[in-house]
Design a protein around this ligand. Structure first.
Ligand SMILES: Nc1ncnc2c1ncn2[C@@H]1O[C@H](COP(=O)(O)OP(=O)(O)OP(=O)(O)O)[C@@H](O)[C@H]1O
Ligand SMILES: [Mg+2]
Length: 503
């Protein structure tokens, strides 16, 4: 196979942090090359070097056998290198078509033509998105599709997907995998970064594992096992992904939602959460799960319905009210709602519950604060120079850990986690599951929204299933399966068994 790009002994430091240490990496035509490693291992930074966004301190870049200098992203794009970023990089106020063709506007082609071309590109990807829609109003999954369409609007020879499926439902992820297979068949070199190891094994030809800025090794996917790769990533095997749920002591109802209606995506939703219980909220992306969470949290107004918290009516008109009443929400979109990027980790974690760290006179009890934040950072294995570093200096997965730390710190009696392990590495995932267990043990009621069904099954006492804004039903552990969940989401019933069918 032809070698499209080769990175040789690339090093990059940020102040005292050595993000890349003599890293080697190459991409061949017609392959899917997976890039794996813990949060902060250097994956995104290495790909920023390939895309001309970051100039390395040392090392060489070869494209098509020739040594080159990539001065900026435009330089790399002109050579056929495209990156679908982990943190989507679209202009939220522009339309889908404007985003796709940004840079070649407006010129000779009229709007009608641009919209038509945008629609074609998106249709080729198997999606139906109105090119005139404002990007900021699209679901994250669809924003991602727009990014891909944008990349494919030009000739690409190398395309890097930095954790693309973190924001996608199982179904959309399948469609993306089909798109990737198509690109591979056309001789494009695909780099695929993901923390979902099963899909990496399904889709990739080769795997490169990074740790602490160094490349541990590159192997053919068929020559290794998931367990071996985890050992390369974290330096040990993981005993178990999901810690034992044990016998959860489930108590009185903490939160009771009755006939909630909010906008188009929450219709007559009723359910309750008990103390010490972990309940899943499953369904397809766009089924209204996040909207239910936002309505309870006061982030979106309720049109009708009642919420009781420990038997008392809750009227949260804003997240502030909800937090005061004892509800915490870890939002799915960390960039918009979760963190203040330019503020230190310490401030971000303590934001939701300043009262505890502020003494009567209004001074921050710095020592106490540092202690609490430090403990959380350690239990989540946060990779940062110090808790005073700005969140913007962290890797994507570590930013997600800051959002989690914030809500674990803020406490509350009812905790809603929306996609809590999105973009988080295998080791940290299992730490997060452990923390969720601890929340339940502390008698809190926990609601977990996740598109990773195995995560719901491994973590939850029962799983509520949504479809088109309605609560379609509930799965108990004895009926946990992908098929049952999808069937419930679509039809409100479990999958048909062959029992009693005429033979
Ligand atoms: N702009 C920056 N300023 C300071 N440090 C940075 C910057 N960008 C990255 N780093 C640091 O470089 C290291 C590697 O980060 P990188 O984003 O490449 O990790 P990653 O492997 O992509 O992790 P993840 O799986 O969490 O996305 C981390 O320690 C990170 O904090
Ligand atoms: Mg990254």
């Amino acid at each position: 196979m032809t070698e499209l790009a080769k990175l040789v002994a690339i090093s990059k430091s940020f102040g005292g942090v050595r993000a890349l240490v003599e890293a080697d990496f190459d991409v061949k035509a017609g392959e899917v090359h997976a890039l794996l490693g813990e949060n902060g291992a250097g994956k995104s930074t290495l790909m920023r070097v390939l895309s001309g966004e970051m100039i390395p301190n040392d090392g060489e870049i070869h494209l098509g056998g020739e040594r080159v200098e990539l001065r900026d992203p435009r330089d790399a794009r002109a050579r056929g290198i495209a990156v679908i970023h982990q943190e989507l990089a679209l202009a939220p106020d522009l339309s889908v078509a404007e985003n796709i063709f940004l840079g070649e506007l407006p010129g000779v082609i009229g709007w009608k033509d641009l919209n038509r071309r945008a629609r074609q590109l998106i249709e080729r990807l198997g999606f139906d998105i109105d090119p005139k829609r404002i990007v900021g109003s699209l679901a994250v999954a669809h924003q991602q599709i727009v990014e891909i369409a944008k990349a494919l609007s030009r000739d690409v020879r190398i395309i890097v997907f930095d954790e693309p499926t973190a924001v996608l439902s199982t179904q959309d992820a399948e469609r993306l995998h089909e798109i990737i297979k198509g690109l591979r068949a056309n001789g494009v070199g695909v780099v695929y970064i993901s923390h979902r190891l099963e899909e990496v094994f399904r889709i990739s030809d080769r795997v490169t594992v990074m740790k602490d800025g160094q490349v541990v090794g590159t192997v053919a996917t068929r020559d290794v096992t998931i367990d071996k790769v985890i050992r390369m990533m974290v330096g040990r095997s993981l005993a178990a992904m999901f810690p034992d749920k044990g016998e959860r002591k489930i108590g009185a109802v903490r939160l009771e939602a009755s006939k909630l209606n909010a906008g188009r995506m929450v219709r007559d939703v009723s359910f309750s959460l008990r103390a010490g219980e972990v309940v899943g909220l499953g369904g397809l992306v766009g089924s209204g799960r996040t909207e239910v969470a936002r309505a309870i949290f006061g982030a979106d107004p309720l049109d009708s319905g009642t919420i009781l918290l420990d038997g008392k009516p809750l009227h949260a008109r804003s997240p502030r009210d909800a937090v005061k009443a004892g509800i915490g929400l870890v939002p799915e979109d960390r960039k918009q709602h979760g963190v203040v990027l330019d503020k230190p980790i310490r401030i971000n974690v303590t934001m939701a519950r300043l009262a505890e760290v502020v003494n009567g006179l209004g001074f921050l009890k710095s020592a106490k604060e540092s202690g609490l934040v430090g403990d959380l950072a350690r239990s989540l294995k946060l990779k940062a120079e110090s808790i005073d570093a700005p969140v913007s200096s962290l890797s994507g997965g570590n930013q997600q850990k800051v959002v989690l730390a914030k809500w674990f710190h803020a406490g509350g009696d009812v905790i809603i986690l929306d996609e809590p392990t999105r973009g988080v590495d295998v080791g940290a995932k299992s730490e997060i599951y452990g923390l969720v267990n601890k929340l339940a043990e502390a008698n809190k009621a926990v609601l977990v929204i996740s598109s990773e069904h195995q995560e719901l099954f491994g973590l939850c006492d029962r799983v509520l299933v949504m479809g088109e804004g309605e609560l379609r039903g509930e799965l108990r552990p004895e009926s946990y399966s992908e098929e049952n969940l999808l069937s419930m989401a679509m039809t409100g019933r479990l999958t048909e068994t062959h029992e009693g069918m005429p033979s």
